[in-house]
Structure formats: structure tokens, C-alpha cells
Write a protein that binds this ligand. Structure first.
Ligand code: UDX
Ligand code: UDX
Ligand code: ADP
Length: 460
């Protein structure tokens, strides 16, 4: 196996961008080119002002600042990057299919396939091809078949190297991963990738498995994490009717080392590009093997999550005297979690959709998400026309402006700044009674009640 001097990464998104930035930072002797079809995205990655990178991640600007122009490059010339590379990461998007067989469940592999065909066409020497995107089990076989059958007779070694970073903490996750997982068949190809990670990850944290175990482990890790959130969210509803407090329950069970304390925060529902997609994918795979009990079991995680979003919206309506028509409800947060500008599958989208159906007047403030993105998310649902969405929902850049004369506040994302608002001042500006619906449980119920708010938090 020749030494890895050049890497190409196809796909400059939330996974490809930060991952390659850190690999480049830690391996200054390797030249890495991240390519994407999206010219605007590449321009943003190349923007001299590091505040304009296309994705917001704490600490990413410093890493890109260190490596970009030295051994890290962003380009739209996909062919050139592939032709020159010894190793190619595939980091393109794999959304859930919106058409045909498996619609709404299976992963749409068209971007992967296009990418594989392009690699096969362009490659004139042997390449190691690394799956970085989360893929259904056995995609490597598809990839290998395309590469071998449409290629120029060169050798392709396929590795699966799923990414476990979480958005909002991508840089610390990449710098100090719990583990790096590499699946493959060819020991020398595996070793070539191990060496790249060994530049900063202790060897005992680099796990190697066969291809299928690696692919499946990624889906299972996300399914288990999402299941924890749905499990605690199910308990949150029980807490609300029985008088228990879900935070106290989380704490009590989290002390059990077999359960562990992380990922037990009740919320308005999980979002993000991975959890729902990966579980749907797992369910689809199980069904395709006729494993009905297995499929039903995991599907319940999604159903509970949908229920949690719906019931939060219903609770708002019920509490506000069964009508929100024409009432101003301020959404604090639109991103699917704090410290990211990503909104994919964010609970806020679905809660807004319910309330807009009831003709509420929604005003959104999010510190990092643009108005265009918010409207794109709503328009994509297709529930009502784009002009209706713009009539009923407005986006503001000053939270205090938003809160003037509001009937209610709904907290959809746990941004730290919301905790530090002057809630007494907020109370003065709002209509009475002033409702706060805390979908993230970030405020203190006693403090808010003492200020005179009608305060509701998930699981309390
Ligand atoms: C359980 C709880 O662990 C304990 O905290 C509580 O007080 C009582 O219930 P117990 O039923 O005695 O304790 O044993 P436990 O070790 O939890 O095992 C329960 C069952 O799960 C056993 O049949 C065990 O074989 C099975 N199990 C456990 C597995 O199949 N896989 C595992 O990874 C762990
Ligand atoms: C997840 C996995 O954590 C990561 O390993 C994988 O690579 C990609 O998918 P991500 O979706 O970026 O990462 O964020 P994560 O922190 O897992 O949060 C997902 C969703 O669950 C968010 O909406 C978050 O608010 C919610 N969540 C998480 C809770 O509601 N409660 C929790 O306790 C934890
Ligand atoms: P993820 O969260 O998995 O990183 P993103 O959607 O943020 O997903 O990023 C995937 C990127 O891959 C997008 O910017 C998209 O333009 C790019 N992409 C998809 N297909 C190709 C392709 N064949 N060649 C180059 N880039 C591609």
C-alpha cells in the first residue's frame, strides 16, 4: 500500500467539513481537498472571514484558520481531487427517500451512487474509498460493485469509517473521540487509515471490525441514543400527570452506572439529520428481512418522538384557553439543539406547523438560524402556501423586540443565552397572563412563577 499523501473528501457538509479540517490539522504532511457540487458552500468555506464558514460549530474557525491554505483546500473541481487522491472519503448526504419503494423509510442512495460512478470514471490508479456518510448495512457491497464494474481496471479498497461527532460539539468530539471505528477487509487499507487517526487518537480507541459490523454499529449507536431520549420523554408525560419531576427521575436513574447519566434530558423531542433517518433505516432493513417484532420495536422510538412534539403544541393550545388564533407566540430557538445553525428535523418546525394550523401568530428568534432557512423548513412541509407561512410567522433578530406584547413564549432550543435573559423585563413587556412553555427545561420554575409567569416545563 502506498503512503497516503493526498486525500479527497466528496461532500463539504456538517460531517465532511469539520472532519477533514481536523484530519488536516493533525496531519500537516497530508494534502486534503474537500469538494462539493455546491459552489456557494465551497465559496463560504474559502471565505477569508472565518465568521462566514457555511456551518456554525464552536472552535471550527480556529481549526480551519490553522490548516486552510496549508494542507486543507476547498474546491468544486471534484474530478481533479479524485484523480490526485490516494484515499477518498465519501461524505455526501443520504436523506430518507421521498419517492418510490421505501419512501419515507429507506435511505436515498442516489448521491452515493453518483459519487461512486464519478470515482470509477475518474480514477486511473488504485484508491482507498472510505464511507463516511451513514449508510444502510451492506452499502459497501453496492459501492464495490459500481467501482469494480464501471472503473478503469484499477483496484478499490473499501473501508467503512462512520463518524460519531455530534453537532455543536463537533470539534471537541473530533479531537477527543470516545472511539474511531474502521471496518474493512483489506488489512493494509485499514492500517493506512489507522495511521491517519493515530496522529492524535490513542491506538486503543481505534477499533477495527469487518465492514458490516462497522456499518451496522453506526445505525445502532444512533438508534440507542434516540431510544434513550424517547424513553425519558415517555416518562416526562407520566411525570406531568403524577407529580414526579422528570429531572429528578433522570438524576436518580442516571446514578446507576449500568444506565449512566448522559442523554437523559427530557425535551420537546429529538431532531437532527441522523436519529430519525437512521432508525427509519434500521426499521426498513428489519422489515426487508421480515423481522416484524424488531422493526416494530424500533419504530416506536420515532412514534413516541412525534407524539412528544405534538403534545407540546397541544398543551400550548389547551393552556391558552383552547385557542391560539391571532395570539402572538414567541419561539426562542429554531435549531435542533444549541450551538448549531442546523435545523434538520428540528422539533421547532413541527410545533410551529401545529400552531400555525390553529392560526397562531408566531415570531421566531434564533441566534444562528437565518430567516430564509426557517421559511424553507416550513415551506418544505407543504402544509400551507409560502405566502401563508410568511403572513403568519415572522423572524426577528432582537429577542426583546419579539417579546413585546407577546401572549406566550415557547422555548424550543436550549441556547444558553435564554437562561440569562432579564425575565423580569420580559414579564413587563408581555401580555397578561404571561405564559412560558419550556420545551427544554432550561429555566427555573420557582423563579419564573415568583415573577408571575404561568410556567410550564416538559416533565414537571
Ligand atoms: C434487577 C436489577 O438489576 C436490580 O437493580 C433490581 O434491584 C432488581 O432487578 P436482577 O433481576 O436480580 O436485578 O438481575 P439483573 O442482573 O438485572 O438481570 C435481570 C435479567 O436480565 C437476567 O435474566 C439477566 O440474565 C438479564 N440480562 C442482564 C441480560 O440478558 N443481558 C444483560 O446485559 C443484563
Ligand atoms: C447524533 C449523535 O449524537 C452522533 O454521535 C451522530 O454522529 C450524529 O447524530 P447530533 O444529532 O448532532 O448527533 O446531536 P445529539 O447531541 O445527539 O442530539 C440529537 C437530538 O437529541 C437533539 O435534538 C437533542 O436536543 C436531543 N436530545 C439529546 C435530547 O432531547 N435529550 C438528550 O438528553 C440528548
Ligand atoms: P452531512 O450532514 O451528512 O454532512 P450535508 O447535506 O451537510 O450532509 O452535506 C453533504 C454535501 O454533499 C452537500 O453539500 C452536497 O452538495 C454534497 N454532495 C452530494 N452529492 C455530491 C456529489 N456527487 N459530488 C460532490 N458533492 C456532493
Amino acid at each position: 500500500m502506498r503512503e497516503i499523501k493526498r486525500i479527497a473528501c466528496v461532500g463539504a457538509g456538517y460531517v465532511g467539513g469539520p472532519t477533514m479540517s481536523v484530519i488536516a490539522q493533525k496531519n500537516p504532511h497530508i494534502t486534503i481537498t474537500v469538494v462539493d457540487l455546491n459552489q456557494a458552500r465551497i465559496d463560504a468555506w474559502n471565505d477569508p472571514d472565518l465568521n462566514n464558514l457555511p456551518i456554525y460549530e464552536p472552535g471550527l474557525d480556529a481549526v480551519v484558520g490553522e490548516a486552510r491554505g496549508r494542507n486543507l483546500f476547498f474546491s468544486t473541481d471534484v474530478d481533479k481531487a479524485i484523480a490526485e487522491a490516494d484515499m477518498i472519503f465519501i461524505s455526501v448526504n443520504t436523506p430518507t427517500k421521498t419517492y418510490g419503494k421505501g419512501k419515507g423509510q429507506a435511505a436515498d442512495l442516489k448521491y452515493i451512487e453518483l459519487c461512486a460512478r464519478q470515482i470509477a470514471r475518474v480514477a486511473k490508479d488504485d484508491k482507498i474509498v472510505v464511507e463516511k456518510s451513514t449508510l444502510p448495512v451492506r452499502t459497501a457491497a453496492t459501492l464495490k460493485s459500481i467501482l469494480d464494474n464501471t472503473g478503469n481496471g484499477v483496484n478499490f479498497h473499501i473501508l467503512s469509517n462512520p463518524e460519531f461527532l455530534a453537532e455543536g460539539t463537533a470539534i471537541p468530539d473530533l479531537h477527543h473521540p470516545d472511539r474511531v471505528l474502521i471496518g474493512g477487509e483489506d488489512i493494509r487499507a485499514i492500517e493506512a487509515l489507522v495511521q491517519i487517526y493515530e496522529a492524535w487518537v490513542p491506538r486503543e480507541r481505534i477499533l477495527t471490525t469487518n465492514l458490516w459490523s462497522s456499518e451496522l454499529s453506526k445505525l445502532v449507536a444512533n438508534a440507542f441514543l434516540a431510544q434513550r431520549v424517547s424513553s425519558i420523554n415517555a416518562i416526562s408525560e407520566l411525570c406531568e400527570v403524577t407529580g414526579a419531576n422528570v429531572d429528578e427521575v433522570s438524576r436518580a436513574i442516571g446514578y446507576d452506572s449500568r444506565i449512566g447519566s448522559k442523554f437523559l434530558k427530557a425535551s420537546v423531542g429529538f431532531g437532527g439529520s441522523c436519529f430519525q433517518k437512521d432508525i427509519l433505516n434500521l426499521v426498513y432493513i428489519a422489515r426487508s428481512y421480515n423481522l416484524t417484532a424488531v422493526a416494530d420495536y424500533w419504530e416506536q422510538v420515532i412514534l413516541l418522538n412525534d407524539h412528544q412534539k405534538e403534545r407540546f403544541a397541544q398543551h400550548i393550545i389547551k393552556t391558552m384557553y383552547n385557542t391560539v388564533n391571532g395570539k402572538k407566540i414567541v419561539f426562542l430557538g429554531w435549531a435542533f439543539k444549541k450551538d448549531t445553525n442546523d435545523t434538520r428535523e428540528s422539533a421547532a418546525i413541527y410545533v410551529a406547523d401545529h400552531l400555525l394550523e390553529e392560526e397562531a401568530e408566531i415570531v421566531v428568534y434564533d441566534p444562528k438560524v437565518s430567516a430564509e432557512q426557517i421559511y424553507r423548513d416550513l415551506d418544505y412541509l407543504g402544509t400551507r402556501s409560502p405566502s401563508e407561512n410568511r403572513r403568519l410567522l415572522t423572524v426577528v433578530s432582537d429577542p426583546y423586540e419579539a417579546l413585546a406584547e407577546a401572549h406566550a413564549v415557547a422555548i424550543l432550543t436550549e441556547w444558553d443565552e435564554f437562561k440569562h435573559y432579564d425575565w423580569s423585563k420580559v414579564k413587563d413587556k408581555m401580555k397578561k397572563p404571561s405564559f412560558v412553555f419550556d420545551g427544554r427545561k432550561i429555566l427555573n420554575s420557582k423563579d419564573l412563577q415568583d415573577l408571575g409567569f404561568q410556567y410550564y416545563a416538559i416533565g414537571e
